[in-house]
Design a binder for this molecule. Structure first.
Ligand code: NAD
Length: 339
């Protein structure tokens, strides 16, 4: 939402290292003079009866009104009688697609230097529908729901994303040889959308083969579109290819352009409050947020500075084998802006 010339966006600093890495985002946005005004929200201390979760109705309203948000990691509260935080956000905000770009970071050595792919995961159904029950003692049943509406919606987003970002190929990942009806319908929807994008190469890859291809040569893939559970697994596999969760951003996409970007990692309780966290994942998520808002100039500036700083190797946080604190690294990023 536009607000006095600048964009208003919801910021959930989150728990654990969340506030430290969110501070890094705020400082860099200030240094680049990004026209974004943050509406800051924390997870509540009690369950809000309106959401049934520790995430308050006010916070939800903020994202709905702004239409855009950035989220740090949130600690899962212990005890019964409340809904999962991430599930609440997903359901209440209708975030139907999860997008994770996985890009090799030059200078940070991993098994491959050429990873540049994007996973797009259906976020609302499949095995995650939560429909499980006991049939008789010793026999349980789980319903995997696949609908045309949800499959079509995520496929449309995957192709739209591929075209917008100058990607060449979309691979639908499936197990339709066994799950003939459910994954079959998912594939059918992908095919229908593919017909509308003749400039993009469309292929279908069986999930087990996809795993083998990814670990042997990730360069074979570009944009991967898949149902919920496969996306959960493949997206973590891909994060592993570029050096782990501390470097991986993600975006959750809803209707009418609504988007909530978030770091993939958790609250890192072992290093929280010690100024040791790596803010790269949330910073790259903020870059995705700026790209989504079509603010490409500040997005590129921040992205380039991250790549340059890590490649130089002088200021790296502990998880990347360096000894820089979160604030040292943030300062180095600010020094490298525009260089
Ligand atoms: P974690 O990601 O918090 O930590 C795993 C390991 O990675 C730890 O050693 C941690 O120090 C390290 N690490 C993670 N992010 C890092 C960063 N940015 N910089 C440097 N090191 C980093 O996973 P966990 O320990 O399984 O989970 C801890 C808490 O986080 C739990 O309450 C869990 O529910 C929550 N969690 C939240 C989200 C989310 O909000 N999206 C995701 C995962 C876990």
């Amino acid at each position: 939402a536009s607000h006095g010339g600048s964009i208003k966006a919801t910021l959930f600093p989150g728990d654990g290292i969340g506030p430290e890495i969110a501070e890094s985002v705020k400082q860099i946005f200030d240094a680049v003079q990004v026209q974004v005004e943050w509406d800051i929200h924390f997870v509540g201390k009690t369950v809000d009866p309106k959401t049934g979760s520790f995430i308050t109705w006010d916070s939800m309203e903020s994202v709905r009104q702004c239409g855009i948000g950035l989220k740090g990691p949130m600690a899962t509260p212990i005890g019964k009688g409340h809904k999962s935080l991430n599930l609440t956000l997903r359901k209440e905000l209708g975030l139907y697609a999860n997008v994770r770009p996985c890009l090799s970071i030059p200078g940070y050595k991993t098994r491959y230097d050429n990873v540049d792919l994007v996973t797009i995961r259906e976020n609302t159904e499949g095995e995650y529908s939560g429909l499980e029950h006991q049939v008789v003692k010793g026999v349980v049943e789980s319903l995997k729901i696949i609908t045309r509406t949800a499959s079509k919606r995520v496929a449309e987003y995957a192709f739209h994303y591929a075209k917008l970002h100058g990607r060449k190929r979309v691979s639908a990942i499936h197990k339709a040889n066994i799950m003939k009806k459910t994954d079959g319908l998912f594939l059918q929807c992908c095919r229908e959308v593919a017909e509308k994008y003749p400039d993009l190469v469309y292929e279908e890859v069986i999930i087990d083969n996809c795993c083998m291809m990814l670990v042997k040569n990730p360069g074979l893939f570009d944009v991967l579109c898949m149902p919920n559970l496969y996306g959960d697994i493949i997206s973590d596999l891909c994060a592993g290819l570029i050096g782990g969760l501390g470097l991986t951003p993600s975006g959750n996409i809803g209707d009418n352009g609504l988007a909530l970007m978030e770091a993939v990692h958790g609250t890192a309780p072992d290093i929280a409050g010690k100024n040791l966290a790596n803010p790269t994942a949330i910073l790259l998520s903020s870059v995705m947020m700026l790209q989504h808002l079509k603010m490409t100039e500040p997005a590129d500036m921040i992205h380039k500075s991250i790549l340059k700083t890590i490649a130089e190797g002088k200021y790296r946080t502990g998880d990347l084998g360096g000894s820089a604190t979160c604030t040292d690294y943030t300062k180095a990023l600010i020094d490298n802006l525009g260089k």
